[in-house]
Structure formats: structure tokens, C-alpha cells
Design a protein around this ligand. Structure first.
Ligand code: 2HG
Ligand code: ZN
Length: 535
């Protein structure tokens, strides 16, 4: 904990050190995606339900054209008997209980599965898949169902295979920091488990209270710490995966280095459940930093924000753990829909910087000197810093709760774009100009440190004409600058047909071959990730 900087005047503005204030302007200690709880327990409001698109059998501009159901078998009485015998009461067929598993948490897509299976062990998953593969029953693997691209819910009547009951930590090695756990462990629970042991998870997401580690790995979730600890392609050391035919592929070895042949686990990271069902994960966890500081700063232009980023990288170096941004439109949504209070003077852009290190005095000195530099050179106009846990959380809420605020603004079209960092905000301004008053709000926020923009566009209701104005414009724009149309959310159902904007035909064809080899009957998460032309 910081000893407490005095309120220091830096240039023209004053940095308000939150830990010294008795009456903080922040009345905003917020949960993460609290709206999800309601939706997951089937409590979505009418207003939200109105936007739900029943996916299967229809054509929807929001999800791309969904061609007809593939010729999978349908679940018979005999199939149910098999599942009941294997799982007993963990075979769910009650439509009310299936409701929240059929619907994504954004209420944007909805399937019509009639069976939800809740295995507890890898062996049970193996038996389920062996059976489904033989019968050619389609399966939709599901973790916490917090995905944003319609990848985690069925399109038609696929059997939902939930990892929710596979939630045990299998081992943790305090020397190496390697955690091995079942796929259904909730990310926040793992974080709590590790914190008690002075470690942390290498990834952190706004959806941490609901998302499962298996789902995180299956979508290669990036999140808020990627800048510091890298992607799951680096931190995941091993996986246990059940293949479509029920074979268990045990590549769980928790080794930092292992060059024995092809690194097969990488295939499953980010494959969105289309190549196998991840049942266990070995992941390398960093030590818990002794000192964490968060600064929330205001900038008057995106150019200044970028210069602040450059300066920050140079001056904070190894202690920098996050560099996030939001624009003033996001701030308005936070204020309007969630009643959060802007902790600093109104600005066109806001930056959230986190430092995490081992020596509080050293980190504070570095942060202090960085803040002095950016404020005296007028790169930053105003700012506030927190070192206390509750206030850190309050500042993070300004960034983490934007997704939630957007759900209250109407129907949201979401884009998750990677671009050269100096280009990321130009897409927002060009889109605003391009759409004019056809959109309700066009907002930009995201992970500056990773060159990852979250462009979100709202309208009072689902609006095909607006969508036609956004797509393919947004993808063409991204391709022009060699960007990625899915930085960290995956392709799922909504983006799969746009893959060619970011990958050459040879790469897409090879993906199709890999899918055919690993899942020749196509039962695993059909209709997702790969374009319809490969069906
Ligand atoms: O809702 C979104 O578009 C982004 C969600 C998440 O990736 C985030 O960084 O907050
Ligand atoms: Zn993100």
C-alpha cells in the first residue's frame, strides 16, 4: 500500500491522490457485468428479450445468413436414456432450465436445444462425445456463456455440453506457479484461490465472475492483463482435450519448455470448441504483485493519448500492467445508464493505467515521475491515482463496465478489431462520419497496449439498414490496414463469414482440413468459427 503521495500540483492541473481523500467522488464500486446474473437466471427484462434473434432456421443480417440445419440426428428417447444412465439428474430437459443456456448473455442469439448435459469428469465427457459422434448428434460445448460473438449457444437443437460442474482445482505448484484445474473453474474463483497463495491468474476479464477458464482458453480471451503477461498461447502450458470421437488427448504436462514434436495444444486455444472439448488446463501464474497502482487520466486528443502511451512504456517499463482507454461517449454511457461518477474533469479521452510491481516505493516514484512528465508537457489534462483496493476497483469499473452500460443503450453492434495502434481511433471517427445520425451512439474503447479497439454502435432497436451501413464497411476498413476483424472475442456465429478479411484463402482452407481431420462428422460446435462455404 502506498505511504500516500501528497496532492501534488503538476503543471496546470492537480493529480488527486485518491488514497488521501476522505470523501472520494467515486460512489461507484461496481460488480462486473452484474446484468449477467439476471440474464443467466432467466430474469432478462422484456426490453432485452425484444432483441433476441432466434437463430436456427432463419436468416439474420445480425448473424450473417444462417443456412439450414445440417443433417445431424435428433435426440431420441433412447439417447435420453443413455444420457440419464450416464449422468442421472445431470441430464436436463426442462425447457425453463434450458432457457438461459440457449440464449447468449447479450440476448442477441438464441438456440432451441432440448438437452443440457452437465458432466463432472473427463471420462463422462469422453463417453458423451463417443456416443454423440456415433449417433451424429451435434454438440455445443458451453462454459460460462459470456461470449460476445454467439459462439457459446446452440444455433439449432445441438446438445449443450456444459463444463459448469467440472470446477475443481487439480493441483497448484507454489515453486513453478503452475495451476492445473478443470475447465469449468470460474475465472474469479481461480483468482481468489491463487491470491490466497500469493499468486494471480495471468488473465483478467470484465466477465470474470461468470466465465470459465475452459471457455477463456477455447476463445483465447485476451483481457486486461495481456499487455503484461501475454496471451494464452504463451501462458497455457498444457491442455486436456476430449476429441470428437471421445478420445482423451492428455497434453497437460506442466512444463515451461517442451519441444517434442508439434505443439498440439495451440490448435485448441482459440478454436471455440470446434476441434475438441477442453476439459482441463495447466496455466502459468505470476506472483501476486506487492504494489498495485491505478491512474485514471484525461487527454484532449487521441494523439496525446498515444504520446502518453509511448512515454508510459518508456518511463514505467516493467511495472506497467495495463494501458486501457475509453472515449467521452463511453463516459456518458457510464454516467447515464450506470450512474457512475467521472472521477476527473470531463475530457475527450480517458486512460486507465495500472502498475504492478514488487516494490511500492520504487513503483510510486516511477509513476510519480511519469505523471509529472505527462502533465507538465500537457499530454494529460487531469488525473487521479488509487493505491487502495476499493478505489482501484472503482477506477477499473470505469473501464470494465462499459460493456454493461452499452446493453442499456439499445441494440449494440460490436466490433473487436486489432490494428496498428496509431490507427485504432481513426476507425471510430470514420465510422461516426460514415453513419451520421443513423446510429444512436458510436463509441470506442479498448486495450491500447495491445492495439485492440472495441468499436460499439448502438441503435434504439435492431436495425438491418444500420447493419448494412456498418458491414462490410468496418471489415474493409480493417483489412485496408492489415488489421484483424477479431482480436480477442473469436468469430463464433456472428463473424465467421468475414474470416477472409483477415486470413488468406489458403489458411481458411487449411483450417477446414484440420476441422475435417479432428471432427470428420462435424458434430462439435457446428455453424461456428469456419465460414459457411466450408460446411
Ligand atoms: O463489449 C465489448 O465490446 C468488449 C468486451 C471486453 O473485451 C472488454 O475489453 O471490455
Ligand atoms: Zn476486450
Amino acid at each position: 500500500m502506498a505511504a500516500g503521495f501528497p496532492g501534488v500540483r503538476l503543471g496546470l492541473a492537480t493529480v488527486r491522490w485518491l488514497q488521501t481523500q476522505s470523501s472520494s467522488p467515486l460512489a461507484v464500486i461496481g460488480g462486473r457485468f452484474p446484468v449477467m446474473t439476471g440474464i443467466l437466471s432467466g430474469c432478462a427484462s422484456r426490453k432485452q428479450i425484444r432483441h433476441v434473434h432466434v437463430t436456427g432456421g432463419r436468416s439474420s443480417p445480425a448473424t450473417g445468413t444462417v443456412p439450414g440445419r445440417l443433417p445431424f440426428a435428433t435426440v431420441s428417447q433412447q439417447d435420453l436414456e443413455f444420457f440419464n444412465k450416464l449422468l442421472h439428474s445431470r441430464t436436463i430437459t426442462d425447457p425453463d432450465l434450458l432457457e438461459s443456456s440457449n440464449r447468449d448473455w447479450l440476448n442477441s442469439v438464441k438456440g432451441s436445444s432440448e438437452v443440457l448435459l452437465r458432466p463432472e469428469s473427463t471420462e463422462e465427457v469422453s463417453q458423451i462425445l463417443r456416443y454423440c459422434n456415433e449417433r451424429r448428434l451435434a454438440v455445443n460445448p458451453q462454459g460460462g456463456n459470456t461470449g460476445l460473438v454467439g459462439g457459446s449457444v446452440p444455433v439449432f437443437d445441438e446438445i449443450i455440453l456444459s463444463t459448469a460442474l467440472m470446477n475443481r482445482v487439480l493441483s497448484f505448484d507454489r515453486v513453478s506457479g503452475i495451476l492445473t484445474c478443470q475447465a469449468g473453474c470460474v475465472l474469479e474463483k481461480l483468482s481468489d484461490y491463487l491470491e490466497e497463495r500469493d499468486f494471480i491468474m495471468p488473465l483478467d476479464l470484465g466477465a470474470k465472475g461468470s466465465c470459465h477458464i475452459g471457455g477463456n482458453v477455447a476463445t483465447n480471451a485476451g483481457g486486461l492483463r495481456l499487455l503484461r503477461y501475454g496471451s494464452l498461447h504463451g501462458t497455457v502450458l498444457g491442455l486436456e482435450v476430449v476429441l470428437a470421437d471421445g478420445q482423451v488427448l492428455n497434453c497437460l504436462a506442466g512444463l515451461r519448455k517442451d519441444n517434442t514434436g508439434y505443439d498440439l495444444k495451440q490448435l485448441f486455444i482459440g478454436s471455440e470448441g470446434t476441434l475438441g472439448v477442453i476439459t482441463a488446463v495447466s496455466i502459468l501464474c505470476p506472483h501476486k504483485p506487492n504494489a498495485v497502482n491505478v491512474a485514471f487520466l484525461g487527454c484532449s486528443s487521441f494523439q496525446q493519448l498515444l504520446e502518453t502511451f509511448q512515454c508510459c512504456r518508456g518511463m514505467l517499463g516493467e511495472i506497467l500492467s495495463a494501458f486501457e482507454f475509453l472515449d467521452s461517449s463511453c463516459m456518458k454511457l457510464l454516467e447515464t445508464h450506470l450512474k457512475l461518477v467521472n472521477p476527473i474533469t470531463e475530457s475527450p479521452f480517458y486512460i486507465l493505467i495500472e502498475t504492478a510491481g514488487s516494490n511500492a516505493t520504487h513503483d510510486e516514484e516511477k509513476l510519480h515521475s511519469f505523471l509529472e512528465t505527462v502533465m507538465s508537457s500537457s499530454l494529460v489534462d487531469d488525473g487521479t491515482v488509487a493505491t487502495e483496493q476499493a478505489k482501484i476497483k472503482a477506477l477499473w469499473a470505469m473501464r470494465e463496465r462499459i460493456t454493461e452500460a452499452l446493453t442499456h443503450d439499445g441494440y449494440t453492434y460490436k466490433y473487436d478489431i486489432s490494428l496498428p495502434v496509431e490507427k485504432i481511433y481513426q476507425l471510430v471517427t470514420d465510422m461516426r462520419e460514415h453513419l451520421g445520425d443513423r446510429a444512436k451512439n458510436v463509441v470506442g474503447y479498448g486495450h491500447v497496449g495491445d492495439g485492440n479497439l472495441h468499436l460499439n454502435i448502438t441503435s434504439p432497436a435492431k436495425d438491418p439498414a444500420l447493419l448494412a451501413a456498418i458491414e462490410p464497411y468496418v471489415y474493409e476498413w480493417t483489412a485496408r490496414f492489415q488489421g484483424s476483424i477479431s482480436a480477442e472475442h473469436g468469430l463464433g456465429l456472428k463473424k465467421k463469414n468475414y474470416i477472409h478479411f483477415s486470413k488468406p484463402p489458403e489458411a481458411v482452407a487449411l483450417m477446414g482440413n484440420i476441422k475435417s481431420m479432428l471432427d470428420p462428422r462435424g458434430i462439435l460446435n457446428p455453424y461456428k468459427t469456419l465460414p459457411d462455404c466450408l460446411r
